[in-house]
Ligand binder design. Structure first.
Ligand code: ARG
Length: 462
């Protein structure tokens, strides 16, 4: 009796252990990289006379057959083979027989998983970069239509100085350009092949790691086998780069959410990308940018999770690192859909120029212009000019007017020091003139905004 129960318990535990230990449920995503890596490895083994040319041909054809089976959905993934590496090798041997058992010569799953995962990260880095570039060109295109569309520029979410909407959009183009460049530099730093590091210390076989590196599109092999099998920096960099890009996505999302509220009404989102309420029939909700903002949190979680997994791991390989993949796959699919959706939202939204212009008439956006005028024309110390301007702002408030709407008489009666101010001050306090006066490099003037747009158009072409 007790024996039988033990047997059941054993079976249950074995199944539980398989489930716990395996990574096939998620690392099957790496099938194409795994097959590519094995083909390159077999070619190198043949070139080095470690396997015969016939064996290599047979391995390569067998692997291509496995690839076909996976892509057609015919392939049965099972917990029996712990991960994609064992699953592919096993099926290969089923198909081609003895030669299949030679493919794992001079490698280990430890270097194999790093190779596959690096290839995956590098491929995704390139495709995410393409998407970022598309988004940047959407911002540039939108900006070029709005270099004279005046709107309130804000600090502390309070009206600060007049800017044009194109300038605001170009601020985002700049952020996403930095993201693009960050992905570039990670690609460069991580484009080295771990293959042939074997379990942790290299191999006694006469392999040519430079050859496999070349066949797989890497610049060269990695330098140290021990580091190679325990390294996950390349995955962390991808997670960080995705997180930073999502942070930028969440910032524009937040602005879109504010801008389509009744308080702003600066934009209107296309019906396609807005949702309704199940109870309030009048509602048009910005669920899409809210989700983009929310998904940013999830992507940060994946970054912190891998950082925490890697923390304190002794050299070299440890099974802990099997936990690296799920979060990376999740962050990749999250950013892919997010960039896609954001691009469409920006392309299809309607910009309410009039509401932006009207909003500029609240909050004395051109107050700094008076202070700057007094400094430039009357050689007044800035702090003195600042307090005189403050007095005029109070005067404007008492008249229920914005500083940009005051006539010369009202300005002259605003402060003792303004009594004899030249009439030209009225034009300095004009919103559009104020915006265009900020003509320093990188400033908001239409001229500078157009120059930025030109620079970006050239950059996008390169
Ligand atoms: N399945 C593992 C992973 O995803 C790779 C295998 C290495 N396993 C091992 N016990 N050495 O990281």
């Amino acid at each position: 009796m007790p024996n039988r129960n033990n047997q059941i318990l054993k079976n249950t535990n074995a199944k539980l252990l398989d489930e716990f230990n395996a990574s096939i449920m998620f690392d099957k995503e790496l099938y194409s990289q795994d097959i590519k890596g094995s083909i390159a490895h077999s070619k190198m083994l043949a070139l080095q006379n470690i396997i015969s040319n016939d064996e290599q041909k047979s391995i390569e054809n067998g692997l291509l057959q496995v690839l076909k089976e996976i892509e057609s959905g015919e392939f049965k993934f099972s917990l029996e083979y712990e991960d994609i590496h064992m699953a592919v090798e096993n099926r290969l041997t089923q198909i081609i027989g003895e030669a299949g058992k030679r493919v794992h010569t001079a490698r280990s799953r430890n270097d194999q998983v790093c190779t596959d995962f690096t290839l995956y990260v590098q491929e995704k880095t390139k495709s995410i970069q393409e998407q970022i570039k598309e988004l940047i060109s959407t911002f540039v295109e939108l900006a070029s239509k709005h270099t004279t569309t005046i709107m309130p520029g804000m600090t502390h979410l309070q009206h600060a100085q007049p800017i044009n909407f194109g300038f605001h959009m170009m601020a985002y183009a700049n952020m996403f350009k930095r993201d693009f460049e960050r992905f570039c530099s990670s690609f460069e730093r991580n484009n080295y092949s771990p293959l042939g590091s074997a379990a942790m210390a290299g191999t006694p076989h006469n392999i040519d790691r430079f050859k496999t590196a070349e066949l797989l599109g890497f610049y060269a092999p990695t330098q140290n086998a021990m580091d190679s099998v325990s390294n996950r920096d390349f995955a962390l960099e991808l997670l960080f780069n995705i997180s930073t890009t999502m942070m930028h996505i969440s910032r524009i999302s937040e602005e879109l959410i504010l801008w389509c509220s009744y308080e702003f009404r600066f934009i209107q989102m296309s019906d396609e990308y807005a949702t309704t309420s199940s109870i309030m029939p009048q509602k048009k909700n910005p669920d899409v940018p809210e989700l983009l903002r929310g998904k940013t949190g999830r992507v940060y979680g994946n970054l912190i999770s891998l950082l925490t997994i890697m923390k304190s791991l002794p050299l070299a390989y440890n099974k802990d690192t099997q936990e690296d993949k799920d979060g990376v796959f999740d962050s990749v699919s999250t950013i892919e859909i997010s960039l896609n959706i954001l691009n469409e939202v920006i392309k299809t939204m309607v910009v309410n120029k009039d509401n932006m212009a009207n909003a500029c008439k609240i909050g004395h956006l051109t107050a700094t212009d008076l202070a700057d005028y007094l400094v430039a024309k009357q050689n007044m110390p800035f702090r003195t000019a600042y307090y005189i301007t403050k007095e005029l702002v109070q005067k404007a408030n008492s008249l229920n007017k914005d500083i940009s709407e005051l006539n010369i008489a009202e300005i002259r009666s605003g402060a003792k020091e303004l009594e004899n101010i030249d009439e030209e001050i009225v034009s300095y306090l004009n919103l559009e003139n104020s915006m265009n006066s900020r003509d320093s490099f990188g400033g908001t003037s239409t001229k500078q905004t157009l120059a930025q747009i030109e620079y970006f158009k050239e950059w996008l072409k390169a």
